[in-house]
Design a protein around this ligand. Structure first.
Ligand code: PLP
Length: 452
């Protein structure tokens, strides 16, 4: 019996399943910022998949590097061999990471990277004799991954609730959703107001029991590219220092250049204690993530029995070869600069749409991590009635017009619908029309539907 795949995709049942019954067409090929399905329909990938394909699709330089590695050695298990691709990428990440972050632990994705941060933090406090520290404070809303450890610190009720009895209940503080506030505070004071909620929570929990605080420096899909006032970042660092709480930056989405700096922490000159990165690291060419930590945290752990954690595919040579080649492309093509400048230009264009569509309540983000919030009333930021599934509808309408944007459904106590507009860092101004044209048409169609 042969298992040769036929091409039609939807003409026969699929044995695959993901989160729902909905199915999309089969991909045929992808190049740069564009993707084509097997029916010949072209799409512009204005969400880089799930904010992953930072350098665009099918770059021949990355393909060649992966091929070269595959001809050399496809797999080398870490208990038997080191591999040059992983060594090299670790050095390059250490050079780019903020402050004293220099020891790199490779994994295969974002959830694994976050799990690793939690385990390293815990083992570090055990090594230094602070065993009572086990609580990890995080923010609501937030997203840190699907595995049970990462999910326990995720502030996203629909994904969290069904599994709550299986997880440790970890404390959450409100994310700095300043755009919803209608008080008279300055931006600076509002940033401090939200940061000080961390101090209050640490005191409520008992400082000696708190292990870490984890945050996305620019929010991802759970908050829609949420950026806090500058004062927030500094004050959070101070509070963590004051109470001996480890500060973990989840840069799974923001890392590897998406916000216009290699790590988003650089925007505020913050040095977290531990950092997780993934999506853009190998930019979708291979599954890859990393945890980066300082030697002052890693060494005590290695000296006290070693790091009790690991994955079979850690430091996979093909994934790391892809990571090195992706970093080469970012450096050679000036993609950090492009993410910053194109991001600012695209944000301005999205902002202009607010003049035509009163239901766009906010446009926010940094670099090419951008989002639009859809609301019933811009003055009050009252959300659109859930029956409209506004963000989901916008994404579906846009998809039918050949535009891929990204959404997360509004449920579970979070006010607001948002869509993410996050094209690859290679996007050029002359490609903007392929995003803004269909987006404008999709918004017009949504506006009609909202009136019905
Ligand atoms: N952390 C953040 C900030 C994310 O955005 C994501 C994924 O969207 C994750 C963690 C989990 O990453 P993965 O889906 O690769 O496990």
């Amino acid at each position: 019996m042969t298992h040769e795949m036929t091409k039609p995709g939807h003409n026969r049942d699929s044995k695959l399943f993901y989160q729902s019954r909905s199915r999309r067409p089969l991909i045929d090929h992808a190049k740069g910022v564009y993707m084509w399905d097997v029916n010949g329909q072209r799409y512009i990938d204005a969400s880089s998949g799930a904010m992953v394909s930072n350098i665009g699709h099918s770059d021949p330089r990355v393909i060649a590097a992966m091929q070269k590695q595959m001809e050399q050695a496809t797999f080398a298990y870490r208990l038997h061999f080191e591999n040059d691709a992983a060594e090299n990428l670790a050095w390059r990440l250490a050079e780019r990471a903020p402050g004293d972050l220099e020891r790199v632990f490779f994994v295969s994705g974002g959830s694994e990277a976050v799990e690793s941060c939690l385990k390293l933090a815990r083992q570090y406090t055990l090594a230094i004799g602070q065993a009572q520290r086990s609580k990890v404070i995080s923010r609501f809303p937030s997203y840190h991954g699907s595995t049970l450890g990462a999910l326990a610190i995720t502030g996203y009720t629909p994904m969290h609730a069904p599994f709550a009895p299986m997880m440790v209940d970890q404390p959450k503080i409100p994310a700095p959703t300043c755009y919803l506030d209608r008080d008279d505070l300055s931006d600076h004071d509002r940033g401090l107001k939200y940061a000080n909620m961390l101090e209050a929570e640490i005191l409520r929990q008992g400082p000696e029991t708190v292990l870490a605080f984890i945050m996305e420096p620019v929010g991802g899909a759970a908050t829609g590219a949420l950026v806090a006032p500058d004062s927030y970042y500094q004050r959070i660092r101070e509070i963590c220092d004051q109470y001996g709480v480890l500060l973990i930056y989840d840069e799974v989405m923001t890392g590897a250049g998406r916000t216009g700096k290699y790590f988003a922490a650089e925007h505020w000159n913050i040095v977290p204690d531990i950092l997780a990165v993934s999506k853009g690291l190998a930019a979708g060419y291979a599954p890859l993530g990393a945890m980066i930590a300082p030697d002052r945290i890693v060494s005590p752990v290695l000296d006290h029995g070693g790091f009790i954690h690991g994955y079979t595919y850690a430091g996979n040579p093909i994934a790391c070869a892809a990571g090195n080649a992706v970093l080469d492309v970012i450096e050679q093509d000036g993609l950090l600069e492009n993410a910053a400048s194109s991001g600012a230009a695209l944000k301005a264009e999205l902002g202009k749409l607010m003049a035509s569509y009163s239901f766009i309540g906010d446009v926010r983000g940094k670099g090419l991590l951008l989002a639009m919030e859809l609301v019933a009333n811009r003055d009050t930021m009252e959300p659109i009635a859930p029956k409209h599934m506004a963000a989901a509808r916008l994404v579906d309408i846009a998809y039918d017009k050949g535009l891929i944007i990204y959404w997360r459904r509004t449920r579970g106590g979070y006010r607001g619908d948002h869509v993410m507009v996050c094209p690859p860092m290679t996007i050029t101004l002359d490609q903007f029309g392929d995003i803004l044209g269909p987006l404008n048409d999709a918004l017009a169609q949504l506006e009609t539907e909202l009136k019905q």
